[in-house]
Every structure is written in structure tokens, then in C-alpha cells.
Design a protein around this ligand. Structure first.
Ligand code: UN1
Length: 522
């Protein structure tokens, strides 16, 4: 209750409007279609939320477009000054918003707060960038000419986010897009609408304080129909989509069909490689955090563990011990209680997928090194039996390193192990899947690092050394290659995608001069 009140949300269990066009919530209409926000730890309904019809999406876009035209004229450093206040609003509400994420998504409290911190970091970076979104001045081959590359605002950015990072992924896009001079329209995951509503309200309050229209941050809660109304609309210049490969393909086709710009952040199927010479203690902790953290529901979760033969048995033993301690120390449980390391899965469907995956590993000749014996012997503490979407994190050894289970991203805490002999073999295994988001090499020999980072090394967007596949900071570009979608968000050059670049050649000479030595004299 107090978390809801701190975020200006009505009491738990209420019906809430999930459409915001800048002036009113729900645009004065009530739709019949609603979403349900459910607490994955208890199954309790947190809210029912109205979703946006295609007509409502269209009017939210129209309002955003009008608002953006005025906003674009505001100098970037002034946009940054507003972002500074938005950053302060995130800071002031870090605990409440972190707790709401924990209630609605199911991640543990420290990760919920960490997610808000990630937004604070990116907002902070955006404030700085607002004084340095830099263009280029290039030499012209023609005397008395100069070439400029100028970053202008793009216009409207559609941001479609997933349930697993219900605030951070929006923040990555919104903060950069905002200081670049754009309006955003956000379609959050249909299962985490409350977090999106609370976040939008926070931002709108700051905009209003500065006399800016709330329509700069439109919100359209909803499911597939709502999303497609956004992705198929020509007014949306850039569509940023985070989610599954399956839906990503549909979004990509919709956006390509109208020749729009797209930024895709799809599945990961991330491997950690541990070499014989690695610091095993460091590697065990790194692997365990990335495999069990967020109950295995990050795009960056370690799903494949590749062990060099010399340490394979020892490493498995240590890792199993760590997993056992989660059980014996009572670290699996209610995510909103402090000290818990592993909360429930977000949905019942994910729980089913978890059981199916363990079943298929066993029935294809693989072993479960740590995990439940069967759905009737879950290995969970008795107080969690039959409650929420809890599962015991599992470690498996599939029958072979080419087993089909290694090809798919299963959004659950299941870590599958393969053993290899040489680093080349490990890199080949790392690169053998469709996805290419994150990867880690644990080694103490400097000479291995070049092979890992270089031309014939890991083909992922994130290529870490002695650092987990998950838990990236915001300063560098974040994203993957291949079926992960090639997108880059957050730091690095990611901000450039939110700009409409103008290449402008200016002639100061008063004389006609053509490039490439072409003459055109009549
Ligand atoms: C995601 O799982 O969609 O690197 C994002 C990480 C976080 C972001 C994960 N900073 O694990």
C-alpha cells in the first residue's frame, strides 16, 4: 500500500487507466479490453489496467507529434536541464519504484533497486551528453567549401519493452531520445503495466513543472494489437523493441514494410567459458550470479557453461555447493524480503517451460546435477510449495555438447554444461548458436584474451573477461549480434540512432566547384 501511494497509484487491486496522451489518462474513453498485473510471488492481482485501442494509439501519436515540434526547438542543453530533474525524480523514488518492480516483475528487492539505479545512471549520462551531442566538421575537396554532419531530432520514437527490465530498458531509450529532442510513445509488456504507469507519472510531473506537454511521453498499455498499431505507423521514426526472437521477427517485418528505423534487442543464449587456469572462486561466483540472478530471466543470463576438462569436475562440485547453499540458507523466496537472492519466475508459462526443459534433458540422456527430481518433489522449501511461480535453480549436463537444448533461450534458471579441451573448441561452441548477446571467458592468462576479443573470437556484442555475462554498466553500448538483432542501446554511440543526421555541404567561396573533378560549363 505505501509503495503504491508513494508512486501516486491507487490502492492495490484497483482498475487503472493505462493510456496517456499527454492531457488525460485513457483519453477520456474506457476500453473494454484490460490487462491484469499479477504478483508472481503470490498470484494476487495488483491491478487491472485498460489497454489502448488502435484509435487511441493513433491519437497518442498525434499528440506526441504536436508536442515534439515545439520541444525540438528547445536547445539540447536545456533539454538536459529537464533530464536532470527527471533524474532527481528517479532518485527520490528509487526505493518505491524498486519495490514496485519487485512486486510486479518478481525480481528480488536489491535487483529492483539496481534496475532503477541503472535508469538513474543513464539519465545522468544523458544530462552530460546534452552538452556534447556532437556533430562533425569535415574538410571538403572543393576550395572554400566545408561539410557538416549535424544531429537533429528524429521525431517520434516508439519504445516497446519486455517484462524482465520494466523500467531500465525504457530509460535507456527514453533518456537519450529525450535529450536528442524526440517524443517517445511507450508500450510496456502486457504483464508489467503498473511499473510503466508509475514511471510515466513521475516523468510527467517533471515535464509539467517545466511547462512542457506530457504528450512527450505517451503511454499505450496493451498487447499485440496495441503494439502493432505502433510498429505499423509511419509517424514512428524509430522503433526500439526488446523481447523474444519470435515477436522481434514480426516487429522487424512490420517496420521494414514501411522502411522505418529499428533497434532490436532480442534473445540471448549466453555462454561462460571457464579455462583450466581460471581463478575458480571468482568464476563460481560470476557464473552463479549470472545463472541464478533474476531467476534466470535476464537477456544476459548465463545459460551455457563451457568447462575445460582439467577443472570440469572440481568446478561442478563447487557450483553445486553454491546452489545447495541457496536451499539450505533459505535464499530462495519472497523477492520483496531483504536478503533473498532468487525470487519466482514471472509467469506460470515460464514454470511449465522449466519443467518441460528438465524433462527433455533427462529423456534425451542428460543428467540433472542439481535440481528437482520431479514436479512433485520440487526441492523448494515447504513454505513455498504450491505458492507463486517458484522453481529451484538447476544445473544440467545434457547428453552431448551439440544437444538441441543448447540452441534455445529458455527464460528460467537452468544452466546447461558442456566440457571441451581447447580454447578454439570453446570459442566455436560459444559461436555455434543463432543468438549473439553476451559471453564471458574466465582465465588468468593474458594471451587468451586476444583470441577471445579478436577477429576470430566471440561473435557476441558483449565479450567479457573474468566478468559475468550479465550485469553490464550503462557507459558502453549494450546489445548483441546475429539473431539478437544487432541493436546497441545505452552508452557508446547509441545516442546517434535517436538523431536525424543532416550532411550539409556549404560553399563559402562564391565560385562554382564540383566534386570528383566533374565539369559543367555551358
Ligand atoms: C535485459 O536483460 O534485457 O547487463 C537487460 C545486464 C543489465 C541489463 C539486462 N544491465 O544484465
Amino acid at each position: 500500500e505505501s509503495v503504491f501511494a508513494a508512486l501516486d497509484l491507487p490502492a492495490p487491486g484497483s482498475r487503472i487507466e493505462g493510456v496517456f496522451d499527454g492531457t488525460s489518462w485513457s483519453h477520456g474513453q474506457s476500453t473494454s479490453s484490460t490487462l491484469t498485473s499479477t504478483n508472481p510471488a503470490t498470484g494476487a492481482t495488483l491491478a487491472t489496467v485498460t489497454s489502448a485501442t488502435p484509435a487511441q494509439v493513433s491519437s497518442v501519436l498525434a499528440a506526441a507529434r504536436t508536442a515534439q515540434r515545439t520541444f525540438a526547438a528547445l536547445p539540447a542543453p536545456n533539454r538536459g536541464a529537464i533530464m536532470k530533474d527527471i533524474c532527481s525524480a528517479y532518485i527520490a523514488h528509487k526505493d518505491a519504484l524498486g519495490a514496485l518492480i519487485s512486486f510486479e516483475m518478481g525480481k528480488v528487492l536489491s535487483e529492483g533497486r539496481g534496475e532503477v539505479q541503472e535508469v538513474i545512471d543513464v539519465a545522468d549520462m544523458a544530462v552530460g551528453l546534452s552538452r556534447s551531442i556532437v556533430g562533425n566538421v569535415l574538410p571538403s575537396e572543393r576550395p572554400g567549401h566545408v561539410i557538416y554532419e549535424i544531429p537533429n531530432p528524429l521525431g517520434l520514437v516508439g519504445v516497446i519493452t519486455a517484462f524482465n527490465f520494466p523500467v531500465a530498458v525504457h530509460g535507456w531509450n527514453f533518456c537519450l531520445s529525450f535529450i536528442a529532442g524526440n517524443a517517445t510513445v511507450w508500450k510496456p509488456s502486457p504483464t508489467t503495466p503498473l511499473t510503466a504507469i508509475a514511471t510515466t507519472k513521475l516523468i510527467v510531473k517533471v515535464l509539467q513543472k517545466h511547462g512542457l506537454p506530457g504528450a512527450l511521453v505517451g503511454l499505450v498499455c496493451g498487447d499485440v494489437e496495441t503494439g502493432q498499431s505502433l510498429t505499423r505507423d509511419d509517424r514512428v521514426q524509430l522503433t526500439s523493441f526488446t523481447g523474444s526472437e519470435k515477436i522481434g521477427k514480426i516487429v522487424a517485418q512490420d517496420v521494414a514494410g514501411r522502411l522505418g528505423k529499428i533497434l532490436l534487442e532480442l534473445g540471448g543464449n549466453n555462454a561462460a567459458i571457464v579455462l583450466d587456469d581460471a581463478d575458480l572462486e571468482l568464476a563460481v561466483t560470476g557464473v552463479a550470479f549470472a545463472a541464478v540472478g533474476t531467476a534466470g530471466q535476464r537477456c544476459t543470463t548465463t545459460r551455457r557453461l563451457l568447462l575445460q576438462r582439467g577443472i570440469a569436475d572440481r568446478f561442478c562440485e563447487r557450483l553445486v555447493k553454491f546452489y545447495q547453499s541457496l536451499q539450505t540458507k533459505g535464499l530462495i523466496g519472497d523477492p520483496t524480503q531483504s536478503g533473498i537472492l532468487c525470487g519466482p519466475l514471472h509467469s506460470k508459462a515460464a514454470v511449465e517451460k522449466y519443467w518441460e526443459t528438465l524433462d527433455s534433458i533427462r529423456s534425451s540422456g542428460g543428467k540433472v546435477l542439481f535440481g528437482p527430481e520431479s514436479p512433485s518433489a520440487t526441492g523448494l522449501p515447504t513454505h513455498l510449495e504450491g505458492k507463486g511461480n517458484y522453481v529451484l535453480p538447476a544445473i544440467t549436463m545434457p547428453s552431448s555438447s551439440t544437444s538441441a537444448v543448447f540452441d534455445e533461450e529458455v527464460f528460467a534458471p537452468i544452466l546447461n554444461i558442456a566440457v571441451f579441451d581447447t580454447l578454439d573448441e570453446a570459442i566455436a561452441l560459444n559461436n555455434s548458436v543463432r543468438q549473439g548477446l553476451s559471453s564471458s571467458l574466465f582465465t588468468s592468462a593474458l594471451t587468451n584474451i586476444g583470441a577471445w576479443q579478436g577477429a576470430l573470437g566471440s561473435d557476441c556484442g558483449i565479450v567479457n573477461v573474468n566478468v559475468s555475462t550479465s550485469g553490464a554498466e550503462v557507459g558502453a553500448g549494450f546489445g548483441g549480434n546475429k539473431a539478437t538483432g544487432w541493436g546497441r542501446e545505452c552508452g557508446g554511440d547509441a545516442w546517434k540512432q535517436y538523431c536525424r543526421w543532416a550532411t550539409s555541404t556549404v560553399n563559402y567561396s562564391g565560385k562554382v566547384a564540383l566534386a570528383q573533378g566533374v565539369t559543367f560549363d555551358a
